[in-house]
Design a protein around this ligand. Structure first.
Ligand code: MN
Length: 193
Protein backbone atom coordinates (compact mmCIF):
# COMPACT_ATOMS: atom_id res chain seq x y z
CA UNK A 1 0.00 0.00 0.00
CA UNK A 2 1.10 3.54 -0.62
CA UNK A 3 -0.18 7.01 -1.36
CA UNK A 4 -1.73 7.04 -4.84
CA UNK A 5 -2.53 9.77 -7.34
CA UNK A 6 -6.32 10.22 -7.57
CA UNK A 7 -7.63 10.44 -11.14
CA UNK A 8 -8.88 13.82 -12.27
CA UNK A 9 -12.67 14.04 -11.92
CA UNK A 10 -12.89 15.29 -15.56
CA UNK A 11 -10.98 14.97 -18.85
CA UNK A 12 -7.67 16.82 -19.15
CA UNK A 13 -9.17 19.10 -21.83
CA UNK A 14 -12.38 19.80 -19.92
CA UNK A 15 -11.31 23.03 -18.17
CA UNK A 16 -9.87 24.74 -21.26
CA UNK A 17 -9.35 27.55 -21.96
CA UNK A 18 -9.28 28.55 -18.28
CA UNK A 19 -6.80 25.72 -17.63
CA UNK A 20 -5.43 24.02 -20.73
CA UNK A 21 -4.93 20.32 -21.36
CA UNK A 22 -1.17 20.88 -21.29
CA UNK A 23 -1.32 22.56 -17.89
CA UNK A 24 -3.57 19.85 -16.42
CA UNK A 25 -1.39 17.05 -17.82
CA UNK A 26 1.74 18.61 -16.34
CA UNK A 27 0.20 19.79 -13.09
CA UNK A 28 -1.67 16.56 -12.31
CA UNK A 29 0.50 14.04 -14.13
CA UNK A 30 3.92 15.33 -13.14
CA UNK A 31 3.72 17.89 -10.30
CA UNK A 32 1.08 16.08 -8.24
CA UNK A 33 2.51 12.65 -9.12
CA UNK A 34 5.94 13.80 -7.92
CA UNK A 35 4.51 14.92 -4.56
CA UNK A 36 2.89 11.47 -4.23
CA UNK A 37 6.12 9.68 -5.16
CA UNK A 38 8.22 11.74 -2.74
CA UNK A 39 5.69 11.30 0.08
CA UNK A 40 5.93 7.54 -0.50
CA UNK A 41 9.72 7.60 -0.51
CA UNK A 42 9.82 9.66 2.69
CA UNK A 43 7.26 7.53 4.55
CA UNK A 44 8.60 4.15 3.52
CA UNK A 45 5.66 3.55 1.16
CA UNK A 46 3.55 2.21 4.01
CA UNK A 47 1.00 5.04 4.38
CA UNK A 48 -2.10 5.37 2.22
CA UNK A 49 -4.44 8.14 1.16
CA UNK A 50 -6.66 7.20 4.11
CA UNK A 51 -3.77 8.12 6.46
CA UNK A 52 -2.99 11.39 4.70
CA UNK A 53 -4.41 13.91 7.18
CA UNK A 54 -2.77 12.11 10.11
CA UNK A 55 0.57 12.05 8.28
CA UNK A 56 0.27 15.78 7.57
CA UNK A 57 -0.46 16.60 11.22
CA UNK A 58 2.41 14.45 12.49
CA UNK A 59 5.08 15.31 9.91
CA UNK A 60 7.36 18.25 9.37
CA UNK A 61 10.02 19.11 6.80
CA UNK A 62 9.99 17.31 3.43
CA UNK A 63 7.36 14.72 4.39
CA UNK A 64 4.99 17.47 5.54
CA UNK A 65 5.60 19.44 2.35
CA UNK A 66 4.97 16.52 -0.01
CA UNK A 67 2.05 15.02 1.93
CA UNK A 68 0.39 18.43 2.24
CA UNK A 69 0.89 19.11 -1.45
CA UNK A 70 -0.73 15.74 -2.21
CA UNK A 71 -3.76 16.78 -0.12
CA UNK A 72 -3.86 20.33 -1.53
CA UNK A 73 -3.83 19.16 -5.14
CA UNK A 74 -6.48 16.47 -4.67
CA UNK A 75 -8.65 19.14 -3.01
CA UNK A 76 -7.96 21.66 -5.81
CA UNK A 77 -8.93 19.19 -8.58
CA UNK A 78 -12.20 18.47 -6.77
CA UNK A 79 -12.83 22.22 -6.37
CA UNK A 80 -13.23 22.61 -10.14
CA UNK A 81 -15.68 21.34 -12.75
CA UNK A 82 -16.35 21.92 -16.46
CA UNK A 83 -19.10 24.52 -16.87
CA UNK A 84 -18.67 25.64 -13.29
CA UNK A 85 -18.25 29.17 -12.06
CA UNK A 86 -20.83 31.89 -11.99
CA UNK A 87 -22.60 32.64 -8.75
CA UNK A 88 -23.22 30.23 -5.90
CA UNK A 89 -26.81 29.54 -4.94
CA UNK A 90 -28.90 28.05 -2.18
CA UNK A 91 -27.61 27.70 1.36
CA UNK A 92 -24.03 28.42 0.30
CA UNK A 93 -25.09 31.79 -1.11
CA UNK A 94 -26.96 32.59 2.10
CA UNK A 95 -23.96 31.60 4.24
CA UNK A 96 -21.55 33.70 2.13
CA UNK A 97 -23.86 36.72 2.17
CA UNK A 98 -24.25 36.43 5.91
CA UNK A 99 -20.51 36.10 6.55
CA UNK A 100 -19.16 38.64 4.07
CA UNK A 101 -22.08 41.04 3.57
CA UNK A 102 -22.85 39.93 0.00
CA UNK A 103 -21.78 37.40 -2.63
CA UNK A 104 -19.89 40.15 -4.44
CA UNK A 105 -18.06 41.12 -1.26
CA UNK A 106 -16.98 37.49 -0.77
CA UNK A 107 -15.84 37.18 -4.40
CA UNK A 108 -13.86 40.41 -4.05
CA UNK A 109 -12.17 39.29 -0.83
CA UNK A 110 -11.37 35.83 -2.22
CA UNK A 111 -10.01 37.26 -5.49
CA UNK A 112 -7.87 39.76 -3.64
CA UNK A 113 -6.43 37.04 -1.39
CA UNK A 114 -5.55 34.90 -4.42
CA UNK A 115 -4.14 37.77 -6.49
CA UNK A 116 -2.16 39.49 -3.75
CA UNK A 117 -0.71 36.40 -2.07
CA UNK A 118 3.04 36.85 -2.46
CA UNK A 119 4.82 33.93 -4.07
CA UNK A 120 3.66 30.30 -4.09
CA UNK A 121 0.60 29.21 -2.17
CA UNK A 122 -3.17 28.97 -2.07
CA UNK A 123 -6.24 31.09 -1.33
CA UNK A 124 -8.94 29.36 0.71
CA UNK A 125 -12.49 29.63 1.89
CA UNK A 126 -12.51 27.97 5.29
CA UNK A 127 -14.83 27.36 8.21
CA UNK A 128 -12.86 28.02 11.38
CA UNK A 129 -15.30 26.28 13.71
CA UNK A 130 -17.51 29.29 14.26
CA UNK A 131 -17.61 31.21 10.97
CA UNK A 132 -16.59 31.34 7.31
CA UNK A 133 -13.32 33.11 6.47
CA UNK A 134 -11.03 33.80 3.52
CA UNK A 135 -7.38 32.93 4.12
CA UNK A 136 -4.21 32.39 2.12
CA UNK A 137 -1.24 30.13 2.82
CA UNK A 138 2.32 29.91 1.57
CA UNK A 139 4.03 26.95 -0.09
CA UNK A 140 2.38 23.69 1.12
CA UNK A 141 0.67 25.14 4.21
CA UNK A 142 -3.04 24.29 4.52
CA UNK A 143 -6.09 24.92 6.74
CA UNK A 144 -5.71 21.56 8.49
CA UNK A 145 -2.57 22.96 10.14
CA UNK A 146 -4.64 25.81 11.57
CA UNK A 147 -7.60 23.79 12.86
CA UNK A 148 -9.75 25.08 10.00
CA UNK A 149 -12.06 23.14 7.72
CA UNK A 150 -11.23 23.78 4.05
CA UNK A 151 -14.14 24.50 1.73
CA UNK A 152 -12.47 25.88 -1.43
CA UNK A 153 -8.98 26.46 -2.77
CA UNK A 154 -7.22 27.94 -5.77
CA UNK A 155 -3.60 27.01 -6.43
CA UNK A 156 -1.63 30.20 -7.14
CA UNK A 157 1.77 28.57 -7.60
CA UNK A 158 2.95 29.73 -11.04
CA UNK A 159 2.85 26.15 -12.38
CA UNK A 160 -0.96 26.34 -12.04
CA UNK A 161 -1.40 29.14 -14.56
CA UNK A 162 1.80 30.25 -16.26
CA UNK A 163 1.39 28.28 -19.53
CA UNK A 164 -2.14 29.64 -19.99
CA UNK A 165 -2.02 33.12 -18.48
CA UNK A 166 1.73 33.81 -18.17
CA UNK A 167 2.24 36.33 -15.37
CA UNK A 168 -1.40 37.48 -15.40
CA UNK A 169 -2.53 35.89 -12.14
CA UNK A 170 -5.61 38.17 -11.93
CA UNK A 171 -6.81 36.80 -15.31
CA UNK A 172 -6.44 33.20 -14.01
CA UNK A 173 -8.26 33.97 -10.76
CA UNK A 174 -11.06 35.75 -12.60
CA UNK A 175 -11.49 32.86 -15.07
CA UNK A 176 -11.40 30.29 -12.25
CA UNK A 177 -14.30 32.04 -10.50
CA UNK A 178 -16.22 32.78 -13.70
CA UNK A 179 -15.95 29.36 -15.36
CA UNK A 180 -14.62 26.43 -13.35
CA UNK A 181 -15.13 26.74 -9.60
CA UNK A 182 -17.42 23.92 -8.42
CA UNK A 183 -19.88 25.71 -6.15
CA UNK A 184 -21.91 22.51 -5.66
CA UNK A 185 -18.81 20.84 -4.20
CA UNK A 186 -18.17 23.83 -1.91
CA UNK A 187 -21.81 23.69 -0.77
CA UNK A 188 -21.49 19.97 -0.02
CA UNK A 189 -18.30 20.55 1.98
CA UNK A 190 -20.02 23.30 3.99
CA UNK A 191 -22.95 21.02 4.72
CA UNK A 192 -20.51 18.47 6.17
CA UNK A 193 -18.78 20.90 8.56
MN1 MN B 1 0.16 23.05 -7.85
Amino acid sequence: MAFTLPPLPYATDALAPTISQQTLELHHGTHHQTYVDKANDLSGGERTNADLERVILEADGPLFNNAAQHWNHAFYWESMTPNGGGRPGGELAEALSSAFGSIDAFLEEYSTAAIEHFGSGYAWLVHDGSKLAVTHTSDADLPLQHSQHALLTIDVWEHAYYLDHQNRRPEYVSAFLARVVAWDVVAKRLAEV
